[in-house]
Design a protein around this ligand. Structure first.
Ligand SMILES: [Zn+2]
Length: 349
């Protein structure tokens, strides 16, 4: 996707975002993959998931160029993993992720995408303790394995909605042993608002306490009622972290700051999908994406005047975070924790 900045983007970055950014940014949720890592996707699958049409491939080179373009005055490190759909050629994509993470220029910590049918040995042998990592400054030894896993509900057997359907206990045991990261995309239509999800996360915490658990997209609470139902159930556990990726809702972030606090929220970009230009409206439990891009699903458009003011979804995410921090009465110190320090701490740096 096009990561060239226009005048609107440049003004948003310069006037609204940059003044809030710490010197270092750690993006805890980003996808890296080449087109050949995804097999053919059936049209009905694309029709059922707007993101599939948007989220095209992103090479390491493209990711570096995107960071340099979107955050021209900052250095960005990342926690990176492949793409997660059942059509993905997961082994090939994982190999690409791992090879890229060995290049210090990418400043990346790799996570392995997994398939539930894989033997636990395969997971165990691919993990390594999080040693010195190539963020900034002196470079440690090249990574020889993954720092954790990124399982995904799309690869679960049809009809089984449990977290364990796509990340079985055997994998969790291996991950616990390695003290690895679990980047968890919650299943079920109710997202974090479904008590079964909260109960399973609490159970994973009890049974596998050495796993570093990060719940993606604030538990997929893209809308406030979902957050209100789900976040309190995990608020008392200091060991549960949340990334804010692909979430554009200042009310949700404000609520998360109030219930979870600023020390367990992690910036994540979900690039490349958030290079889409547009905005999101939140109505009850539904969100509506607006964009100027020519996707087949893009039939509900705003006026040309409004579309001319669009910027990247990623900038909108950061705008929402800044708004929430301001409304919470917190300041740049909280922003620095979310944009970098909390994630760096979780990686043991
Ligand atoms: Zn993602």
């Amino acid at each position: 996707m096009d990561w060239t900045l226009n005048d609107v983007d440049r003004a948003v970055y310069r006037d609204e975002i940059e003044p809030w950014l710490p010197d270092r940014i750690l993006d805890f949720h980003v996808h890296v993959n080449l087109p050949e890592h995804t097999g053919p996707i059936a049209p009905e699958r694309i029709a059922a998931n707007w993101a599939m049409e948007v989220g095209t491939a992103q090479s390491w080179e493209e990711l570096r160029a995107t960071y340099a373009s979107l955050f021209p005055t900052r250095e960005v490190a990342c926690v990176a993993f492949g793409t997660v759909y059942r059509e993905t050629l997961t082994d090939a994509n994982n190999a690409y992720v791992l090879a890229g993470a060995a290049d210090p220029a990418n400043r990346a910590v790799p996570l392995m995408c997994t398939r539930p049918e894989w033997p636990a040995d395969k997971v165990a042998e691919s993990l390594r303790p999080i040693g010195p990592i190539t963020h900034l400054g002196p470079i440690g030894p090249s990574p020889s394995g993954f720092a954790g896993i990124k399982p995904y509900p799309d690869v679960a057997p049809e009809g089984d909605e449990s977290i364990y359907a796509f990340v079985p206990h055997a994998h969790l045991r291996a991950l616990n042993e390695a003290e690895g990261i679990l980047m968890l995309h919650l299943p079920r239509a109710g997202r974090i608002g479904d008590p079964a999800n909260v109960q399973e996360v609490r159970e994973i915490r009890l049974r596998y306490p050495r796993i570093k658990i990060v719940i993606a997209h604030v538990g997929r609470a893209y809308c406030l009622p979902t957050a209100e139902r789900g976040l309190p159930g995990l608020a008392d556990d200091d060991g549960v972290f949340f990334d804010i990726s692909a979430n554009l809702n200042a009310d949700v972030f404000r609520y998360a700051l109030d219930t979870i606090g600023p020390d367990r929220l992690l910036f994540g970009s979900d690039l490349p999908i958030t290079l889409m230009r547009g905005m999101r409206e939140h109505v009850g439990e539904k969100y509506i994406n607006y964009t100027s891009a020519p996707y087949s699903w893009n039939t509900n458009r705003k006026s040309p005047d409004e579309e001319a003011g669009y910027t990247f979804f990623l900038y909108e995410e950061i705008r929402a975070l800044i708004a929430a921090i301001e409304r919470s009465g917190l300041g740049k110190a909280a922003m620095a924790r979310i944009m970098h320090d909390n994630g760096a701490g979780l990686l043991g740096r």
